[in-house]
Design a protein around this ligand. Sequence first.
Ligand SMILES: Cc1cc2nc3c(=O)[nH]c(=O)nc-3n(C[C@H](O)[C@H](O)[C@H](O)COP(=O)(O)OP(=O)(O)OC[C@H]3O[C@@H](n4cnc5c(N)ncnc54)[C@H](O)[C@@H]3O)c2cc1C
Length: 479
Amino acid sequence: MNTAIHWFRRDLRLSDNTALNAAAGAAEQVVTVYVLSDWQGQHRWVGPNRQDFLCACLQALSKNLEAVGGRLIIRCGPAERELEKLAAETRAGAIFFNRDPDPFGRAVEDKLVALGGRLGITVSAHDDVALHARDELLSGSREPYRVYSPYYKAWAKLPKAAVGPRVKHLRTPPDIGSLPLPDLSHWKLQSESTRIIEAGERAARQRLTGFIAAHGAIRRYAKGRTELTGPTTSRFSQDLRWGLLSVREIYHRCRDLAASLDDAGRENVEKFISEIAWRDFYFQILHHFPHVLHDDFSPATRGLPWRQAADRPKEFARWCEGTTGFPIVDAGMRQLSATGYMHNRLRMITAMFLTKDLRFYWRDGESFFMRKLVCGDIGNNNGGWQWSAGTGADAAPYFRVQNPWTQSERFDPNGDYIREWVPELRDVPPGRLHAPLAKGLRLAKDYPPPMLDHSAERDATLAMFKAHRASGKTEPRVE
Ligand SMILES: Cc1cc2nc3c(=O)[nH]c(=O)nc-3n(C[C@H](O)[C@H](O)[C@H](O)COP(=O)(O)OP(=O)(O)OC[C@H]3O[C@@H](n4cnc5c(N)ncnc54)[C@H](O)[C@@H]3O)c2cc1C
């Protein structure tokens, strides 16, 4: 074939990129394109942090492509329309891409397949984003898995695809029109953070090397992953979200490392690999149960009388801004706003606070996280929120309501994390940071008193769930 298009989506790398390798192998010239979305201003699920990171990733990708003789073409608008135009302009014989895990991306793929039929060109879709494709694992009764442990048992037994090569040479035909590389003004957004993790494939590869190095965090991951400060986890989530790293490469490098370690060392690596499998688990949940995007996974919890952010904007704003008066919750929310990242433990604590203490519907928190997180991923975020709210696949049972005071005592005993993000509390001794405070009392003069009484709200939440179970109402939510 003379010319093929490779459509970059969430695979912004040259190393082990399944569809890009296939395109480079099939055609003499490859038109590498990224199609920008054309919304502007507000978006329910997107905000400046992730778009900032995307812009920097596209800059890095453009340089990496030039270094191997190619060029990144930027277009904007509905992808199927732009790819049709590009195919006509370049007389491409095929469009290659890696499949998207979410229903929005899949809808575009369906349109491309129809387009291919109409134009008489090949549409070549590849599985790349996960270690196992979304319908590769089914239970003994050929049903999708709803619970993580049996899914993981089956997942762990399956062989994993090998790591592919890095593209070394690429020729993109000259004279193809391209928009400039974007910045935030493309979406009429303004930067919210100057502390976003470094973008681009090279930075991601450095994180991978650092994580598995002799003193890397994987060496004590099983215990270390619960510590809130310091490099205790991989920090790969945005790299996996944008495909700066291949999940196959992560997996195989971890496996190679495990082979050189003793039992204790291997345990750390196994724990890490089991976390990566959660990502595949949530992708297949999203594929088989797409209703999770607007409703509870579990029929038993549908129709619970949750509060809505639109009806209680002041309380919701206190959670968003990190002024709830609960130090560990506020520290997490402020870290999220300042950096576009939050530690997993904090994601659970803050999500449970919103759903189980404030009784807001999880979708309000889900969309706020999506707007702030650099790694915001529809599958993982939805899974994490429904897990925390007790409405999801293999969720925390509804009666598990984390106590923010004991959580902070357990996971931030010296208060280092709280003091880093809530400077008003820098002089408060650790013991007082974790001691439940009655409503109305303050820990410091410029820090608000707790906005609620945790044990009273916990009881009210349990009563809400119990009453709903007793009523037998499980009707789907009306959008
Ligand atoms: C309410 C809530 C919202 C979340 N939203 C997102 C999100 O939008 N995007 C996202 O990538 N993760 C999300 N997570 C999962 C998890 O918190 C992050 O993946 C993790 O904190 C990222 O840090 P890390 O890369 O250092 O993780 P590590 O501990 O180093 O884990 C390595 C990788 O494994 C995967 N992983 C780890 N834990 C989970 C998990 N519980 N569920 C799914 N995948 C997991 C991620 O891809 C992660 O990068 C959410 C969790 C909760 C409770």
